[in-house]
Design a protein around this ligand. Structure first.
Ligand SMILES: *Cc1c(COP(=O)(O)O)cnc(C)c1O
Length: 378
């Protein structure tokens, strides 16, 4: 079955009892058991809920994985993957990461004896060199946040396989419509479903997808034991979102490409980051591993922080807010917002300059969006 069909049908058969075409929201904490030791498949909604099962099945199908597990946020999903490790283990991660992932590694797991080394995201050799005897996880995002670097997924999967270390990919920016890391050799995919999968800026959620049974069993144990599960209503909203994922992503990308091509030549823009532009250093690799380039653009503005403040305050359609991937266009200032948890020196070392802004291009008319940006830059 093709992607669009899976998005609408996988895990979402009409309800057995009533024939309801939309998966019901099973708003219940517990389930009647037929006799002691004879539940009908569900016992308690932390452990399992039918609306959640539908979402987990659908997400696994979209990523081409065997198992899906959902969480109450993207960072809860990330943490469930790190929990595969034990004290003394080591992570090699890309150096351009969601700020909250960096914070989780450095402020939560480091104190339990899980240390992380950061390798240049777009240099697979740097990952190989950073591997130690105790490395038990390679963690990347691609395209990266906020610099939209492209990691070579096939090269990293080979390095991981040769070293016998699982490769986990945060696929939030691309969404499974544009990129399916498991098909390219990754072992685990993580999502913040908050973003493109839900797609309407109306909830916070996360997911883990894998085809490896042992990892799945451990992560599922942790999901139930630690309990960061989403409620059935949030699961339903993500299910509703993914039904239109394909059409939304095509439109996000067409809008982003249109804006990137216009902004590239704008005199107030000193640098533009969009993997769909031929001039982007990762463009060639992106073409081989992605089916599209997504809806995120980053810009460096001439005139430093002052220019950034002026630009952001003049925008009318692009809303100044954290997050991304919704129908509404957002603008974000990574140094103070998504990446505020990085120390300034660390941030600059990673190439996140003070004049960087990030755009999440929504589904409004692309002409209106361009007009908004032009007016704010003028
Ligand atoms: C937002 C985001 C996360 C964290 O997800 P939450 O749902 O906010 O917890 C992780 N990775 C990426 C790339 C993100 O954009």
């Amino acid at each position: 079955m093709k992607f669009e069909t899976r998005a609408i049908h996988a895990g979402q058969e009409p309800d057995k009892l009533t024939g309801a075409v939309s998966v019901p929201v099973y708003q219940t904490s517990t389930y009647r058991q037929d006799a002691i030791g004879k539940p009908r498949g569900y016992e308690y909604s932390r452990t399992g809920n039918p609306t959640r099962t539908a979402l987990e099945t659908a997400l696994a199908a979209l990523e081409g994985g065997r198992y899906g597990l959902v969480f109450s946020s993207g960072v809860a999903a990330t943490s469930a993957v790190v929990e595969l490790l034990r004290s003394g283990n080591h992570i090699v991660a890309g150096d351009d990461l969601y700020g909250g992932t960096y914070r989780l590694f450095e402020k939560v797991y480091a104190k339990w004896g899980v240390k992380t080394t950061y390798a240049r995201a777009d240099d697979p050799v740097a990952f190989r060199r950073a591997i130690q005897a105790n490395t038990r996880l390679i963690w990347i995002e691609t395209p990266t946040n906020p610099l939209l670097k492209i990691c070579d997924l096939r090269a990293l999967a080979e390095i991981a396989r040769n070293a016998n270390i699982p490769l986990a990919v945060d696929n939030t920016f691309a969404s499974p419509y544009f990129q399916r890391p498991l098909e390219l050799g990754a072992d685990i995919v993580v999502h913040s479903t908050t973003k493109y999968l839900a797609g309407h800026s109306d909830l916070v959620g996360g997911a883990v997808i894998t085809s490896d049974r042992a990892s799945y069993e451990k992560i599922r144990f942790f999901q139930n034991a630690a309990g960061a599960v989403p409620g059935p209503w949030d699961c339903w909203l993500v299910l509703r979102g993914i039904k239109t994922l394909a059409v939304r992503m095509r439109e996000h990308e067409a809008n982003a490409l249109y804006l990137a091509e216009h902004l590239r030549k704008h005199p107030k823009v000193s640098r533009i980051y969009y993997p769909g532009l031929v001039s982007h250093p990762g463009h060639r690799i992106a073409r081989t591993q992605m089916h599209g380039f997504g809806g995120m653009i980053s810009l460096e503005l001439r005139g430093g922080v002052k220019a950034v403040n002026r630009f952001v305050s003049r925008l009318k359609l692009f809303i100044l807010a954290e997050s991304l991937g919704g129908v509404d266009s957002l603008v974000c200032y990574p140094p103070k917002m998504t990446h505020g948890s990085l120390p300034p020196k660390e941030r600059l070392r990673r190439g996140i300059k003070d004049n960087l802004v990030r755009l999440s291009v929504g589904l409004e008319s692309r002409e209106d969006l361009l007009e908004d940006l032009r007016r704010a830059l003028a």
